[in-house]
Design a protein around this ligand. Structure first.
Ligand code: FMN
Ligand code: SF4
Length: 768
């Protein structure tokens, strides 16, 4: 290779090795230029900086350079440019004197039920400029090399700074509206080094009674990145990056929980560069948010304590919706473009069996902003999108972000909870299930009589709401940087939050939008809308809630609004049977002791025989303690023990076997009291294949769209992990099992011995 090609190759190599720092440098240059030109016309001039410089290696020229625009604050410029850099402030050391330290802990997590904004920030004036300060420590130069490659020249070496200048108090900022973000890069050493001294200082500062416990609360925030060696210290329990974790913990205390971005960790022998790159990019992205909101990640209201919410339902009529006039005109179903591009929203009655639908002329909003429903839902952590859709972060998403495990859908189908969005395009439902843990304000109705939002609005709105909430979790202790970065690309959508997704007239267009972005779809419906079920396009997995096995218990449990609820239910069974040839279909059973368990095995087996679902998920009800459930007489006694759920599955499975139906107990997730019975369609060479190959699903879907080649569920199944098999618990060994503090175990002596014996016998037979 000679001349030009060789040169191109080396240039390419340089580009690949250094593209991030180059990009950062170039953007700094352009933004600085832009600000400089703007500052010419701006009356305001930057005050001088007070950031004490690192004394390390300060030649006269160097210290001169440090006074020059190196570390530049970032400020919002216009709605599209989130950050700009303003000319660097001059360095002034804080006046020496007796140690007098002040700082305020951040107050309430939310203000008036909303996220704090710039105006709410009582740690000083609103943030207009962010100035990152980068610290590092390095004994054998690895961290230093990375720091130099990734960040602007002015870095602070922890070995050379006076800790009091930065870590006992925050250096005064250059102007009242400039705030610092500390970015700390450190290795870990299990021997005595400057890092031990540094950690000792943080500990002392926090525990010094003369100093506020959060003396660094005036920072806009901080984030830590650790370097470690996984070859020698393979896991965090064995010490991988343990000192970075400690620094992160102390900084959380000293700043009053102002972690702007999750702790990043990189293995110097493998992924350090990529991990640091992701962390840096994430950090830059988040600066814009700090400027916009002033507040930092402190968790999402309502996201932490909720039970797994994908089985929620709605209850009680929203007052504002009741008693509406129904002036209407009748139109043919064909005229309603379920998949067309109808320009105006059509308020229609989609729930009446038959071909006729109702169009109202003056439809109102289902959940107006001023309604009690809106207030109640947002209080519970929902983001309301448009006038009838919602999105919420489930507790498993948060758990997965912290490496503490995903929901049962990971064990059964390979869904990672931090990549999953839980949403619904219809907050309204036509049942009032007794175990629904909504608090009595959700809209219900047998007909869609509200204004219909366009699917584009809903799709963009739920994504935006989801990402916003994920971003707010960045400061939650234990959130892992790499999972946080992954979570910024939604891969799955569980259309099961609350309400009835197929109630939404444009559900098919909405599904298409999900699939076009390669977001898989799990859609749960309540077997009350056969017409819509029939018209539904392909989804990745289609669920029907089977809350009881006969008319009487279904009436008691679901309290359906349709008078012909049982007929509707039966019709849905027939439709499901037809769909099973090309669609993954699932029965979802929620067991409630005293309501739908005793003597119902035969009834459920009848339903399975009728609809032949590919999969049957069986779950114990979660006690929600709402007035509705109490009113229906539900107590903890109605919540089955896991062993009881397992015994029920064993019995149902035996009954299916007796009838010559080919099913087996495939998997379990004991943690959420959930078991999966699967059809032998999902068994290959004696191994269960209940997982989904999502990549394959989208390839097949795209091919089908292009040339009409059909496909079946077996075409995109994947092998189930052995740890998920029934009897193995179903907890991913790569995650850290986390038990809630103060969680009282239920007294095990109450577990029926018979149930336990049945399960043990089944597991033994399966293993042998
Ligand atoms: C004596 C010694 C102790 C170490 N202890 C740990 C440790 O406990 N955990 C860890 O993840 N890495 C440990 N490491 C690995 C270093 O953190 C890693 O090599 C790092 O890149 C060093 O960064 P530096 O070159 O910037 O000092 C240790 C390395 C040495 C030499
Ligand atoms: S499927 Fe998604 S939304 Fe449902 S519990 Fe699991 S992670 Fe949460």
């Amino acid at each position: 290779m000679t001349g030009a090609p060789a040169m191109t190759d080396s240039l390419l190599a340089v580009w690949h090795a250094y593209r991030l720092p180059i990009l950062v440098a170039v953007s700094i240059f352009f933004v600085t230029l832009r600000v400089y030109t703007q500052s010419q016309s701006r009356p305001k001039t930057a005050a001088s900086s007070s950031v004490p410089v690192s004394p390390r290696g300060q030649s006269p020229e160097k210290s001169q350079k440090l006074d020059a625009p190196a570390e530049k604050p970032i400020a919002p410029q216009n709605p599209t440019t989130k950050e700009i850099f303003k000319p660097a402030p001059k360095s002034v050391k804080p006046a020496s004197g007796p140690k007098r330290v002040q700082g305020k802990k951040k107050p309430a997590k939310t203000i008036g039920g909303r996220r704090p904004s710039n105006e709410d920030n009582d740690n000083g004036p609103p943030v207009s400029f962010i100035q990152p300060i980068v610290f590092f420590a390095s004994l054998t130069t690895t961290t230093e090399r990375y720091a130099n490659a990734f960040f602007p020249p002015q870095l602070h070496d922890i070995s050379y700074i006076d800790f009091d200048d930065f870590f006992t108090t925050v250096p005064p900022s250059s102007s009242p509206d400039t705030r610092y973000v500390y970015c700390i890069l450190i290795p870990t050493y299990n021997i005595d080094t400057v890092l031990s001294t540094f950690l000792g200082h943080l500990d002392e500062t926090h525990n010094d009674f003369r100093i506020d416990t959060a003396p660094l609360a005036n920072l806009a925030g901080y984030s830590v990145f650790g370097f470690g060696d996984k070859e020698e210290w393979p896991t965090e329990e064995q010490g991988f990056c343990s000192q970075a974790k400690e620094v992160d913990r102390w900084m959380a205390k000293l700043t009053g929980r102002k972690r702007v971005y999750p702790l990043g960790m990189g293995d110097v022998k493998s992924d350090a560069e990529n991990a640091l790159k992701d962390w840096t990019e994430g950090l830059l992205d988040i600066f814009g948010d700090i400027l916009e909101y002033g507040g930092l990640g402190e968790g999402v209201r309502g996201s932490g304590d909720a039970m797994e919410s994908d089985e929620e339902d709605v209850e009680d009529e929203d007052e504002s919706q009741s008693g509406k006039k129904k002036s209407s005109t009748m139109v043919d179903l064909e005229d309603i473009k379920m998949n067309g591009d109808s320009a105006a929203p059509l308020p229609v009655d989609f729930t009446t069996v038959g071909k006729a639908v109702t169009v109202t002329e003056t439809a109102k909003e289902m959940v107006p902003k001023t309604s009690p429903t809106y207030t109640a839902l947002t209080k519970q952590g929902y983001s309301i999108v448009g006038s009838h859709s919602g999105v919420k972060i489930c507790r498993w998403t948060k758990s997965a972000l912290r490496g503490r495990g995903s929901c049962y859908k990971y064990s059964f189908y390979g869904i990672k909870s931090h990549l999953c969005m839980e949403a619904t395009p219809s907050l309204s439902c036509s049942n009032k299930c007794i175990f629904c843990w909504r608090h009595g304000t959700n809209p219900v109705g047998t007909t869609w009589r509200w204004k219909v939002d366009e699917p584009e609005l809903i799709f963009n709105g739920v994504k935006e709401g989801h990402y916003k909430k994920i971003k707010m979790l960045r400061g939650v202790p234990g959130v892992r940087a790499e999972r946080f970065a992954e979570a910024m690309r939604i891969r799955h959508c569980a259309l099961s939050l609350v309400g009835e997704p197929i109630f939404y007239p444009h559900i098919n267009r909405f599904l298409e939008m999900l699939h076009n972005e390669r977001i898989s779809s799990f859609l749960v419906c309540n077997a009350q809308h056969p017409d819509q079920l029939e018209a539904l396009y392909r989804v990745t997995q289609l669920y029907v809630s089977i809350d009881a096995s006969n008319r009487e218990s279904l009436r008691k449990i679901d309290r359906p609004l349709h008078r012909d609820f049982w007929e509707r239910f039966q019709r849905c069974m027939d439709i499901l049977r037809e769909k099973r040839s090309y669609q993954r279909t699932v029965f979802r059973l929620t067991l409630v002791n005293g309501f739908n368990v005793d003597d119902e095995v035969q009834g459920y087996a009848n339903l399975v025989e009728k609809a032949l679902p590919g999969l049957v998920e069986i779950k114990g009800v979660t006690f929600c303690g709402t007035s509705t459930s109490a009113g229906a007489g539900l107590t903890m006694k109605n919540v089955p023990f896991y062993e009881e759920v397992a015994a029920f599955c064993v019995a149902l499975n035996a009954e299916l076997e007796r009838r010559g139906l080919h099913y087996g107990i495939a998997a379990e997730h004991a943690h959420s009291c959930c078991i999966l019975i699967a059809s032998d369609r999902f068994k290959v060479n004696g191994k269960w294949h209940t997982r989904i190959d999502y990549q394959r699903f989208f390839e097949l879907l795209e091919r089908e769209k292009a040339d009409g080649t059909p496909f079946i569920p077996e075409d995109y199944m994947m092998e189930t992990e052995e740890w998920a098999y029934f009897g193995k618990g179903g907890f991913n060994p790569d995650d850290e099992r986390w038990f809630r503090k103060n969680a009282k175990p239920r007294p095990t002596h109450l577990i029926p011995a018979e149930a336990q014996a049945q399960v043990d016998a089944h597991v033994q037979a399966q293993d042998s």
